[in-house]
Design a protein around this ligand. Structure first.
Ligand SMILES: [Zn+2]
Ligand SMILES: [Zn+2]
Length: 241
């Protein structure tokens, strides 16, 4: 150690045990207490048991007060602790994860109680409210339709602007597999249709409905499947739901 943290230590007069720091004929001392660091460490090592015992006794006698002080100290040095823990976590990620998993599996009941307590707490209410607000914000600001109007125009062209079912002029867009049957609101599930067909098909299974219509056309049916990239097999599965 050639350099030392000058916010914590200073190089002062030689201590009574002659702890000569780095051949300077001086001892490295704490700025706060002026004590020699090496003396302090030696004292700690020699009296470790007593010091720990004293500290734990002091803590159990003054729990409330000590906890209050710690909270106050942490709040005051909030940024420092945040960075400290972040660094510590990054450096020990794997072992921390393992420790937590071990703890959870060994203390299932206790963890369950903690979670229950947390869910009832005021902080949890605030956290949940924040989550809801964030979701709303995302919806408001960044919500984008899963397809563009250009893509929609192209889809009409794919079918010659004709209703995929009856072949009349298409004037609306139909969710081929109804949303209620697990169809998605994406381009791969959209087909042009006339209002009549669209209105009649509603939530019916597309195959069952279409094949029972007087204007059913095998060519048009296969054309839909081909353009949407579906097979008879995948459509067949629908009636199971
Ligand atoms: Zn010393
Ligand atoms: Zn039609």
């Amino acid at each position: 150690m050639d350099n030392f943290d000058t916010s914590k230590y200073f190089s002062g007069s030689l201590c009574k045990r002659n702890h000569n720091w780095n051949g300077t004929e001086q001892s490295l001392r704490y700025l706060s207490s002026k004590n020699c660091i090496q003396c302090h460490q030696k004292h700690y090592q020699e009296n470790q048991e007593d010091i720990k015992k004293y500290a734990s006794e002091h803590y159990s006698r003054n729990k409330e007060r000590v906890n209050k002080q710690r909270r106050k100290y942490r709040a005051k040095k909030r940024e420092y602790f945040r960075k400290y823990y972040a660094r510590y976590y990054a450096a020990n990620k794997e072992s921390i994860k393992k420790y937590r998993a071990d703890y959870r599996s060994k203390n299932k009941e206790r963890v369950k109680l903690w979670i229950e307590k947390w869910e009832k707490s005021f902080k949890a209410k605030i956290a949940n409210q924040r989550k809801r607000e964030n979701r709303r914000k995302i919806k408001r600001n960044n919500y984008s339709f899963p397809y563009t109007s250009e893509q929609l125009k192209q889809r009409f062209k794919d079918f010659d602007n004709k209703c995929v079912y009856c072949g009349e002029l298409a004037t609306s867009i139909d969710h081929f597999i109804p949303l209620s049957k697990g169809g998605t609101d994406t381009l791969s599930n959209l087909v042009p249709a006339c209002c009549r067909c669209n209105g009649r098909k509603t939530d019916f299974d597309p195959e069952l409905w279409y094949k029972s219509q007087s204007f059913f056309s095998k060519n048009r049916w296969q054309n839909i499947l081909r353009i949407l990239g579906l097979s008879e097999a995948t459509i067949g599965q629908l009636s199971l739901f």
